[in-house]
Design a binder for this molecule. Structure first.
Ligand code: IVH
Length: 666
């Protein structure tokens, strides 16, 4: 092929793929065989890479995304992305109607649409090509997410026909349909990743992903509902949206004209129940004045347009039979009562289980087995029981008696004052709690050993691993006996365990799962104390003298190391060669400041504040943030606020200059 023929072939392929995408993703009418589509795409990719002079940012090959991590650039919106006023009942809608009548003082028409529950987006087109896609952000400026948005196949990169304005903006909602959402979460469960709570979070989370080739794998879709530009084809919203549909946009066909608020109410009523059968989430209806001239007369407030409002639906509920209550023991020993329900459809998914929260909630709502209960989806993954249909209660039903003993290990449950949940106190002997500790130990931020939850379960059930130290006793032969393992996977695990011996002490300390010792606290402790032996030997006074370590953490540490089993674990880890002390470079350099509290203020010339802080800690001191009579020294830089200085003088706290401080620590 000569260049001319190549150019023609490229144009032909682009046109073919664009049309196939449009039919499949916008019209939901697949027409092209998958293989034919794939071949065309492949041929186009090859031609483009061999002939880079024909590159086009709007080519369908650009939809696959890229692996390069992007930083989002902030872009100001030419027109602010406002929110909508909400109404919740007929009366509030009638208020809206009255205001429109008063201001317009002539006939007007409403347009009703669904209120899509996703992430709003603004798309900019120039000469029929997608130029930029920007998130709502704070309404004034948003993130340029063009690379991610290009992967959404229902958004045209090149417009159809010729009748679109040269420059315009179109806004809409990016969302994930129910089916895609369920599949996505299923995959996340398999990969042991946290699930998304709802399609909206999943959509907005995906839109902000830095790697657009991963975005391309997510089932995003986009409805468009608002056209902005100085040369729009029509003088009203409805006709403009129909035109936008002809240009290739996915404009919902659930959109109606209404001449009265009664008709609006009819639409609302229809979709309040009808939404159950939609394949995506909506959270209400949007009502807009149709005429652009009238929209302009009505104008906007700083927050929202006066020409539109939304009617918000109540959270969707379903009524179903409570068949039984089971009690789950969490990884921390917390007990959660769970309702086992007759399966019921709710907001696009089948629900069989729902949370009952805790004993108080069950008592408050007087929830009993055999009751018909209302369930609702909140922001969380698991729906919750929100009420009981008492009229359906059978005679002879009995109030629920909360369990008194752990369903997993039989230990008597405790309930600490002020805590809503019951706890199983058998932290070292209760299977889910043990597994929780094992999972925490291997997790990425801790020892980073490549082990799935199900494998841990199996290792525990087979008696191969009971404590975190047992991981280091595992041998290839042990693993090969389990059906989960083949040569290679067994080798990999042993290797990963071996590598964990290089994990620095601060992460090992975090991995131990001592109560209240999270990542930051572990880091603090490791750096200021230096080794597990010194930590175990430290008394309460010593612990609380460390910056940011309070009574609660200190007691938890002392309690942890008062248990023989925990001492044995440390011994086991030591023998295995796990890092139980910090490396020389991080170790405390002296005890010159031991027991002393120092406050840092002002700006310094030789060191940064952070470095001064580190120096204090390296020499055994504690850096405190507020002045009190217990403060031993002020390390003073330049430009200290006058009120602070006054307080320091009042309390007679000695002041050290940067040089004096450095001299003090040698
Ligand atoms: S019109 C200035 N139409 O709701 C009004 N918005 O609370 C422009 N939304 O940020 C928006 N469905 O993300 C409009 N059919 C619809 C909508 C819709 C959902 C979202 C949109 C907006 C928010 C306002």
């Amino acid at each position: 092929m000569n260049k001319l023929e190549i150019a023609a072939r490229i144009a032909e392929l682009r046109q073919f793929i664009d049309t196939a995408n449009y039919k499949y993703y916008v019209l939901s009418q697949p027409e092209v065989d998958d293989r034919v589509y794939d071949n065309a795409l492949k041929e186009l990719q090859e031609l483009e890479s061999e002939n880079p002079e024909f590159f086009d940012a709007a080519s369908p090959t650009q939809r696959v995304g890229s692996d390069i991590n992007q930083e989002f650039e902030q872009v100001a919106h030419a027109f602010p992305m406002l929110s909508l006023d909400n109404t919740y009942n007929k009366e509030e809608l009638i208020e809206f109607e009255k205001r429109n009548k008063r201001i317009l003082n002539e006939n007007f028409e409403y347009i009703c649409e669904l209120k899509y529950d996703g992430a709003s987006i603004s798309l900019h087109y120039e000469n029929g090509k997608l130029l930029r896609a920007v998130t709502r952000g704070d309404g004034e400026k948003g993130d340029d997410v063009t690379a991610n948005v290009k992967t959404i196949k229902s958004i045209p990169l090149t417009l159809k026909g010729k009748s679109y304005p040269g420059v315009f903006e179109i806004r809409g909602e990016i969302f994930i349909p129910h089916k895609g959402f369920e599949k996505m979460n299923e995959e996340r469960r398999e990969q042991q990743l946290p699930e998304f709570a709802n399609p909206r979070n999943a959509a907005s989370g995906t839109l902000k992903m830095q790697n657009s080739s991963l975005v391309a794998k997510r089932p995003l879709d986009c409805f468009l509902y608002y056209l902005i530009g100085s040369r729009l084809p029509f003088d009203n919203h409805y006709d403009n949206m129909q035109a936008a549909r002809d240009w290739g946009f996915k404009v919902p066909d659930i959109i109606i004209k209404c001449q009265s608020i009664d008709e609006v109410l009819g639409f609302i009523e229809k979709w309040e129940t009808g939404r159950k059968n939609l394949p995506f989430d909506i959270d209400g209806v949007v009502i807009k004045i149709n005429s652009l001239r009238q929209q302009e007369i009505l104008g906007m407030t700083a927050k929202s347009p006066r020409w539109a409002t939304s009617y918000k639906f109540k959270a969707e509920q379903a009524l179903t039979l409570l068949e039984s209550i089971s009690y789950q023991v969490g990884r921390t020993g917390a007990i959660t009562p769970v309702a086992n329900l007759s399966p019921v459809q709710l907001a696009g998914t089948t629900v069989k289980r729902a949370s009952l929260h805790n004993a108080d909630q069950i008592a408050l709502l007087d929830i009993r087995v055999g009751d018909f209960v209302y369930i609702e989806k909140g922001g969380e993954i698991i729906p919750k029981v929100v009420g009981v249909e008492k009229s359906k209660r059978l005679a002879g039903s009995k109030p629920t008696e909360y369990i008194s003993h752990c369903p997993e290990c039989g230990t008597r449950l405790i309930r600490t004052e002020g805590e809503a949940k019951h706890f199983c106190p058998n932290t070292d002997g209760c299977p889910p709690q043990i597994k929780g500790k094992l999972e925490h130990f291997v997790s990425r931020k801790a020892m980073d050993i490549g082990l799935a939850e199900a494998t841990i379960e199996q290792l525990f059930d087979e008696g191969l691993v009971n404590t975190v130290a047992d991981f280091y006793q595992l041998k290839n032969e042990d693993l090969l006996k389990l059906d989960r393992f083949a040569e290679k996977s067994a080798d990999n695990l042993i290797k990963s365990i071996e590598e964990s011996k290089n994990v620095p002490f601060e992460r090992v300390l975090f991995a131990l799962g001592i109560r209240f010792v999270g990542e930051t606290v572990a880091k603090k402790l490791a750096r200021s104390i230096g080794s597990i032996d010194l930590l175990m030997a430290a008394d309460f006074e010593k612990l609380v003298s460390i910056d940011e370590i309070g009574d609660k953490i200190a007691s938890a540490i002392i309690e942890h190391f008062s248990v023989q089993k925990h001492l044995d674990i440390v011994e086991g880890l030591k023998k295995a060669g796990v890092q139980l002390a910090i490396k020389e470079s991080q170790a405390p350099q002296s005890n010159l400041l031991a027991g002393k509290s120092l406050i840092i203020s002002g700006t310094f010339s030789k060191y940064s504040r952070e470095q001064i802080k580190e120096l204090i800690e390296k020499h055994g001191g504690k850096n405190v943030s507020s002045i009190s009579s217990k403060t031993d020294y002020l390390v003073a830089g330049e430009n200290i606020g006058p009120s602070k200085l006054e307080k320091i003088k009042e309390l007679n706290i000695p002041i050290l200059s940067e040089d004096e401080f450095l001299e003090m620590i040698g």
